[in-house]
Write a protein that binds this ligand. Structure first.
Ligand SMILES: Nc1ncnc2c1ncn2[C@@H]1O[C@H](COP(=O)(O)OP(=O)(O)OP(=O)(O)O)[C@@H](O)[C@H]1O
Length: 437
């Protein structure tokens, strides 16, 4: 297929676990009981295709092999076996700041990073102004990068790697490093590149990034592809394993890997997925699926949505405005002492706040619509809702849905720091001016 810009086949990376000096001495003293070096497989027989105009996300727990895979594709780490075929120019932003020289200034790094990407000085000179404008770090551009914050490094690196109009853009966890405004700007720049025919491979731990940017998501675990398919399906399964015990998780992953190999839809995911006339990316952006964690039956959360003051569903909130979270719950039988729990979670999974609402005893099965209104105190950022329904003084869990209804708060600048506007009321109580004699 001529649109394929990246094709990797059976890619494997083995690292050999280094012997510690203590182990070497022990082995020399007791050769019959020597513990030999064991090689460790970081990426295990991965095959993948990437076509023009496609954004593929890679998710997986820490140590799953995501970065090693990107490094092999970028040519930084040689594979142990397998092949990588690339059509066109690759521009990679790997571990934050890894291609940046900390002793050089931002400007000098434009040329240094350019050289790493194989771009000559003259071309980088013509891009310098554009890069500085996108990075938008003011006078810091003239200071050595060793004094930069991680957000500044991300801004500079992203500005450089996207300036050269690559055919394949490879980005490792950048979009969660910068602030909300920079994340939005980076996402827009990425869409612009994709619109002009590039393809992108991104690693992120952010479910929001995956659902809003990607056409397809590849889930890696212990170096193996567990699933490769539409973001909604992969993220739902991935999120579901998060709360499982390690034994249950292992079994679940084995089931998924075997299903993935035998299911053509999941195993051969090249090209875009269409869903009722709109792309999966659009579908996921407008209505991300619930990531179900626990479903013990009896009662369930059927829907969670945020509406503005006029009752319009929204995912773009502003600080200081009134919103209502509408929850639809259903009960299958008579259950007393039912309560609904609602919390707002950050993109890292931390709970920003939440509350429990006790429902009146229900005499028959049915549906109940609950609304909770609030004056939004959040200033900026990306968030999710987690909602549950429980009984018996919260001890009996019927249903938990996690990481649903992602929303963004982008408010006009105020004199606030942090995520919450406490709406502080300031006054001067005593202002004595020393008399000048
Ligand atoms: N140079 C190396 N030598 C030995 N082991 C390595 C090396 N690089 C990575 N590994 C190991 O390979 C495995 C995969 O690492 P990798 O960085 O690719 O994971 P990851 O999915 O990107 O993790 P994270 O989400 O934490 O960044 C890990 O167990 C890591 O310790």
């Amino acid at each position: 297929m001529q649109d394929v810009v990246l094709q990797i086949e059976n890619l494997t990376k083995k690292f050999s676990a280094k012997q510690s000096p203590g182990r070497a001495l022990r082995n020399a003293l007791f050769p019959s009981r020597a513990i030999l070096d064991r090689s460790f497989v970081a990426v295990d027989d991965v095959s993948l295709k990437l076509s023009r105009g496609e954004v593929v996300g890679i998710i997986g727990h820490n140590g799953a092999g995501k970065s090693t895979l990107l490094k092999m594709i970028s040519g930084v780490v040689p594979p142990t076996s397998g092949t990588v075929k690339i059509q066109g120019r690759v521009s990679a932003m790997l571990e934050l700041g890894s291609a940046i020289n900390p002793e050089y200034s931002g400007i000098e790094n434009i040329y240094y990073y350019g050289a790493v990407l194989g771009i000559d000085r003259k071309t980088m000179k013509s891009l310098e102004e554009k890069i500085i404008e996108f990075a938008d770090i003011g006078q810091h551009i003239n200071r050595p990068v060793k004094f930069y914050s991680s957000g500044m490094k991300a801004r500079l690196s992203f500005a450089i790697v996207t300036s050269i109009n690559p055919d394949i853009l490879i980005v490792d966890e950048i979009l969660s490093v910068g602030d909300a405004a920079f994340s939005a700007k980076s996402a827009a720049r990425m869409r612009e590149l994709i619109g002009s025919g590039a393809a992108a491979l991104i690693v992120s731990h952010s479910v929001a990034t995956m659902t809003s940017l990607c056409d397809r998501v590849v889930w890696l675990d212990e170096g193996k592809v567990v699933m490769n398919g539409p973001p909604s399906e992969v993220i739902t399964q991935y999120s579901a394993t998060m709360m499982m015990s390690s034994a249950a998780r292992k079994q679940h992953l084995l089931d998924l890997i075997s299903t993935d190999k035998s299911t053509p839809k999941a195993a051969a995911p090249s090209g875009k997925t269409e869903k009722k006339g709109i792309s999966e990316k659009e579908a996921a952006r407008s209505e991300p699926p619930p990531a179900m964690i626990v479903n013990n039956g009896g009662a369930s959360i059927e829907a969670v949505e945020i509406v503005d003051e006029k009752g319009r569903p929204t995912r773009q909130l502003s600080s200081g405005q009134h919103y209502t979270i509408k929850i639809t719950a259903a009960t299958e039988r008579v259950i007393n002492d039912l309560s609904i729990g609602l919390s707002i979670r950050t993109r890292n999974g931390d709970v920003l706040g939440g509350q429990i609402y006790k429902l009146k005893n229900r005499k028959a099965p049915g549906t109940v619509n609950v609304a909770c209104s609030f004056l939004n105190p959040i200033v900026t950022g990306h968030y999710y809702l987690t909602c549950d329904i429980r009984s018996d003084n919260r001890k009996n869990i019927h249903h938990i849905i996690d990481l649903v209804t992602p929303f963004t708060v982008l408010s006009p600048p105020k004199n606030c720091v942090g995520q919450i506007d406490f709406n502080l009321s300031w006054s001067v109580e005593n202002d004595q001016v020393a008399k000048v004699s």
